[in-house]
Structures are given as C-alpha cells and as structure tokens.
Design a protein around this ligand. Structure first.
Ligand SMILES: *Cc1c(COP(=O)(O)O)cnc(C)c1O
Length: 376
C-alpha cells in the first residue's frame, strides 16, 4: 500500500522547537508564560484593527466562553449556520440554550442572509428573540460579511464569528477573525496553523479578553486564598502549545500561499471536467486561505458522483471527505428548529474535500493528479 496522503496534516516550519525548548529551559511548563502572551501579541499584530486576543485550549472553548460573555443561558435561542462542524453548535447546548439552524447560500456556502432574516422574524413572532448569530467562514471562504452584519445590526443581535477555518482569509482586505462582536480561531492539528490543540477568542473590546482569561483560569477573585464568585473553567492554552503557535505564526503566510496553490492545482486539473466545480471565491472582494479545496459534482453532467471519486481516491490511499454534514440533519439535533431550502443538503450530497495540506510533496500531487485524471 502506498503511504497515505492526508486531507490536511500538521506542517511545522522549524522554529517551533526553539520556542518549546525555551519553555523547558525556563521551566514555564504551565498554562501561562511568555509563549502564551507572545502568541497572543503575534495574533493581535497579524489581525491588526486593534483586536485583543485570549489564547485558549481549543476553538470550542473559545466559542463556549464567547457565549458566556454574551450572556447566553438556559432557555435562550441562538442562530447557527447549519452547514458547519459540530463544534460551532455544541457550546449552545453547553449553556442550556437551543440552537436554531439556518441554511447556506450557494456563493460562499455560508449563512444565507435571506433565511437568516426569515428565521429572526419567525422566532420573534413565536415570542423569543435569538440572542446571538453564529456565522462560519467554511473552508476559509468568508461569509457574506456585509449582508450578515446589516441584519445583525437591524435586529440588534451580536455576531459570533467562527473563524476556526479562516485565519488569513480576508473580505475587502479586512481579515476574518475581526468581523464578529466576538470571534474565535482554532489551532487544532488539521487547521492552517496548529498548536497541536488550541484556540483563541478575539474581540475589539479589551474587557472581553480580560473576562475570557479570568473565566479560563477558574474565575479566581482577587484574594490571597482561593475565592470564587463565578463558575470558572480550565480553558487557558499551555505555554508549550503556545510555543508551537509562535513558530507557526512565522510560516502562516507561506501556508496560505501553499494552500491557495493547491486550490489552483485542482482548478486546473478539473478545468475541462464536465460537471465538476472547484469551490472558488464568488468575487474579488473575497480572499480565501483555501484551508481545504473542495469540489461539487453534478452527476447529470459528469456521469459520476462525488462518493465515487472518494472511493476511487481511497483505492490509492488518498484521503478525501464529504463536506460537513449539516447540523439540522444530525441525529443529535433532530429536534432543533431549522430555516432553509435545501442548499446545505445539496452541498453535502454532492461535495467533496480533497487533500489540501501546505506540506504535500510534488510526488504526492502527482499521485493525486494521475488518480483523478484516470477517472474524470
Ligand atoms: C475546528 C473547528 C472548530 C473547533 O475548534 P477546536 O479547536 O477543534 O475546538 C469550530 N468551528 C469550526 C468551523 C471548525 O472547523
């Protein structure tokens, strides 16, 4: 069997070890230390726009704290893009609130402004105004930033920007991760940069950062003894992990170029394939980091399904994966309200994520190319 080609795997730049060694040399083996604050300021500088960043143990933890900061509690309703990874929605349930799922639009595959507004109006009519909107930049593609912001402002509902997949993406030259009332990032092993596991909460409001760090470190009051007036969490990022993050920040721009090159590779490969579309920016306002390169297959035009391509690639130990299965189709969320018209369902049925790593070798790209052209 040929060695496996992964969808997206960790890609170290080289200096990560130095930051980790420094942590060992100075005995900062703890969920605080110079790498944690250093990584935060690296991210603050990268995102610009006067944002404040709290480094946390995961993107999921960042979403959970975000909902707490926005005051989401038992019985509340939170609007959430249906087509996403479950981590976008799970923290709603951690807070005892109810997710209300909303369909995608076909241009960016993200939150559909029309269905979002319809959902808000209907929930208000039913007696409950949703407390937040969770919008996701899927696969690195920015959502319709202005249209979603307009609706959020009209109804005075805060936006939680799930930018877990979109570090380095921009909309009209402004970076993803700066559009939410609070935004989150993820540094899980498969993301565009990784700390092995980690995440961040991002806000223009410095008080959000301070409160997030307070809650992430067990909500300890100012006192010589351990005194608590609020429920705390153990969600701070480790100084070891943050060291990896500091090294990764040095190669983030290279990773973006390489991921975008993978997207161009597939765009060229499929340029003459009837019925296969490579997911691309709808206009020059959008700049995707192309975290994952994705295709959709129109079976009537192509004569084959996306699942057939997946199985064909798997024969040669090349990993590919269906798009995120929408949350309103998940057994665990079967009772949650949903507003939509089948866009996300269709994408799930016909879409496929292809190997997209920034560390794919020329020989591996060749293997992918040979295998794909032998089919399409
Ligand atoms: C990865 C991811 C998360 C969760 O981040 P973790 O760091 O894995 O907890 C949340 N939302 C989306 C869209 C993601 O892809």
């Amino acid at each position: 069997m040929m060695p496996k080609i992964y969808l997206s795997s960790p890609h170290m730049g080289g200096t990560e070890r130095q930051y980790v060694n420094e942590a060992f040399d100075t005995n900062w083996i703890a969920p605080l230390g110079p790498n944690v604050t250093g990584f935060e300021s690296d991210l603050e500088q990268y995102l610009g726009n006067d944002v404040h960043v709290a480094a946390l143990s995961s993107g999921t933890a960042a979403l959970h704290l975000t909902l707490i900061l926005l005051g989401i509690s038992k019985g509340d309703e939170v609007l959430c893009q249906s087509m996403t990874f479950s981590a976008s929605a799970n923290p709603i349930v951690y807070q005892g609130a109810t997710p209300v799922f909303v369909d995608s639009e076909p241009d960016t595959w993200n939150l559909c402004p029309n269905h979002l507004e319809q959902a808000i109006k209907d929930r208000i009519k039913k007696g409950k105004k949703p407390k937040a909107i969770i919008a996701v930049h899927l696969y690195g593609m920015p959502y319709k930033v202005e249209a979603i912001r307009k609706i959020a402002d009209t109804y005075e509902i805060p936006i939680v920007e799930d930018s877990a997949e979109a570090l380095g993406s921009t909309y009209k030259d402004a970076p993803c991760g700066t559009f939410g009332d609070i935004s989150i990032l993820s540094f899980n092993g498969n993301k565009i940069i990784t700390t092995s596991g980690g995440g961040a909460l991002v806000s223009h409001n410095e008080a959000h950062k301070e409160k997030a760090i307070f809650l992430a470190t067990q909500a300890r009051d100012h006192a010589p003894h351990y005194q608590h007036s609020e429920i705390g969490y153990n969600y701070r990022l480790s100084n070891i992990s943050a060291g990896i993050g500091r090294g990764q920040m040095e190669v983030l721009d290279d990773h973006i170029k390489l991921r975008r090159a993978m997207h161009s590779f597939y765009a060229e490969l499929f340029s003459a394939s009837e019925g296969v579309s490579v997911f691309s920016e709808p206009s020059s306002a959008y700049f995707s980091n192309h975290w994952l390169s994705c295709i959709t297959v129109n079976e009537k035009e192509s004569g084959f399904t996306s699942e057939a391509i997946r199985l064909h690639l798997a024969e040669d130990n090349i990993e590919s994966r269906p798009l995120w299965k929408p949350m309103h189709m998940q057994p665990v969320f079967k009772d949650a309200p949903y507003y939509g018209s089948g866009v996300a369902e269709n994408l799930f049925k016909n879409g496929l994520c292809l190997p997209s790593g920034s560390n794919l070798k020329e020989s591996e790209k060749q293997r992918i190319k040979v295998k794909l052209t032998s089919y399409t």
